[in-house]
Design a protein around this ligand. Structure first.
Ligand SMILES: CSCC[C@H](NC=O)C(=O)O
Ligand SMILES: [Zn+2]
Ligand SMILES: [Zn+2]
Length: 463
């Protein structure tokens, strides 16, 4: 009896040891698998980041962008994804790359994801890291480089999102186009403008355009449904020249100064509305003096005892679509550059805030525009938070698409990031970049699967 019990106990011990061993083995192998999976994810992420760095290293800064360097990179990525591709040169030396992921029902209007390949220049000596080396700072995970926010991030995130969707077996219903356009930073006349006027664009039967937005310092992504248009104003004043010691009326510089005082009063009043929290920054007219030119030059500077006969100033004015253009025009002609003070003015750039029907160029952000609702849904599905739709403070290529009556949404998935577009030390955190890919994955999926009617989905078309 005693012996039997002892034996039973020994058996029990043996069985428990085996069970423990099996459990240990199972647990360890599971853990190992987890380890393998997370190692693979780290590896995949670093490959994605190095592709981004490669695109950032292409030298496409204005005023001498090497567009072919960027084109070669985009085309090789497109090839690895088996996307259809073509290079279009509306202007020699300024290629536009058009990629296509064909949908199952080509009769449906297509989705177009737009980005520009050029970037603004950088003052290299003011940067912590060289602006075209795309250095990844291991301490904070930030990637520094011109174009990290504006907007090489977006251009490549589109492709990374498509890579993932393809891998998951997703097939679009609608054609998805990716357009990589030149010259946005200098006005888009040789890029997006030529493109929208082309037969190629006509044939694409675009139903919606997604284009760039901006960075957001908080956790809410910014989204733009319209934008302020640029009025680049040059004011010239003339007056009698005279001795530097003489006081007299109507000098060129005196006349220009009066205008600048008037412009400054207007600027301050507009700015006060923002400071008081009554208006958003892009809902007011902004005016900034960008150059002043006067004086008679001498060998070592300017002649000091002569009052010049001509003086000139340049202003960057940004006009929201909510404003009455005629009253601003009248203010310029009557107060800022009146003929009565020997003044004249011209616009280096003047884009109307109205479309050809005289209505403000705006994309609807309500249920009348299914693309808007789909975007909201897609971002939320990806776990992103969307801020209140805004008017973009500056210009983008989206205006060319909106001008044609197409809904165009300005959106870059950059949250928790200081706004450094066109600034020194522009950067994007690698995790924010990776998160953005998921967001586009969700948007493309939502847009490309949508089979509902898209007619009359912008206010412009309704009118
Ligand atoms: C009107 S051409 C200039 C376009 C430029 N776009 C982005 O910064 C801008 O200054 O708004
Ligand atoms: Zn941009
Ligand atoms: Zn820009």
């Amino acid at each position: 009896m005693e012996i039997l019990r002892k034996k039973q106990v020994q058996h029990l011990y043996g069985a428990s040891l085996v069970l423990l061993f099996v459990l240990c083995f199972f647990f360890c192998s599971c853990n190992n698998k987890r380890q393998v999976i997370s190692d693979a994810k780290v590896d995949e992420d670093s490959v994605i980041i190095s592709r981004f760095q490669k695109y950032l290293q292409t030298k496409t800064a204005q005023p001498n962008p090497n567009y072919y360097e960027a084109a070669d990179f985009i085309l090789s990525e497109a090839k690895s994804l088996s996307l259809e591709s073509q290079i279009i040169e509306f202007v020699e030396g300024k290629p536009l790359i058009l990629l296509k992921w064909p949908g199952k029902d080509p009769a449906l209007a297509s989705v177009m994801l737009n980005s520009h390949t050029d970037v603004v220049p950088a003052e290299e000596d003011k940067w912590t890291y060289p602006p075209f080396e795309a250095v990844l700072d291991d301490e904070d995970g930030n990637i520094y480089g011109r174009g990290t926010q504006d907007m090489k991030c977006v251009g490549l995130q589109y492709l990374e999102a498509i890579r993932r969707l393809r891998r998951s077996g997703f097939e679009p219903m609608r054609d998805v186009y990716l357009s990589y356009v030149p010259d946005e930073e200098v006005g888009g006349n040789d890029g997006a403008k030529r493109f929208v006027d082309s037969f190629i664009f006509e044939k694409m039967n675009v139903g919606v355009v997604v284009d760039e937005g901006g960075a957001s310092p908080d956790e809410y992504y910014r989204v733009f449904y319209a934008e302020r248009t640029p009025w680049w104003l040059v004011i010239k004043a003339s007056g009698a020249p005279g001795h530097g010691a003489k006081l007299y009326d109507n000098t060129a510089i005196g006349n220009l100064m009066k205008s600048i005082e008037s412009i400054t009063r207007f600027r301050d009043a507009q700015f006060d509305l923002v400071k008081a929290g009554l208006m958003a920054e892009s809902e007011i007219v902004s005016v900034n003096t960008v150059y002043l030119k006067a004086g008679t030059q001498s060998e070592d500077g300017y002649v000091m005892n002569m009052q010049p006969s001509e003086a000139e100033a340049g202003f960057d004015i940004r006009v929201p679509p909510t404003i009455d253009e005629a009253s601003l025009e009248a203010r310029i002609a009557e107060e800022w550059a009146p003929r009565s003070r020997n003044m004249s003015f011209e616009f280096k750039q003047k884009v109307s805030v109205y479309d050809k029907f005289g209505k403000p160029v705006i994309t609807a952000t309500d249920e009348s525009n299914p693309w808007w609702s789909l975007l909201v849904e897609a971002i939320s599905k990806a776990g992103g938070k969307l801020g209140k739709p805004e008017i973009a403070p500056a210009s983008t290529d989206a205006r060319y698409y909106r001008d044609r009556g197409l809904p165009a949404i300005g959106f870059s998935p950059i949250a928790n990031t200081p706004i450094l577009l066109h600034d020194h030390n522009e950067f994007l955190n690698k995790d924010e970049y990776l998160k953005g890919i998921q967001v586009y994955e969700s948007i493309i999926k939502e847009y490309a699967s949508f089979v509902g009617n898209t007619k009359d989905n912008t206010r412009n078309e309704e009118l």
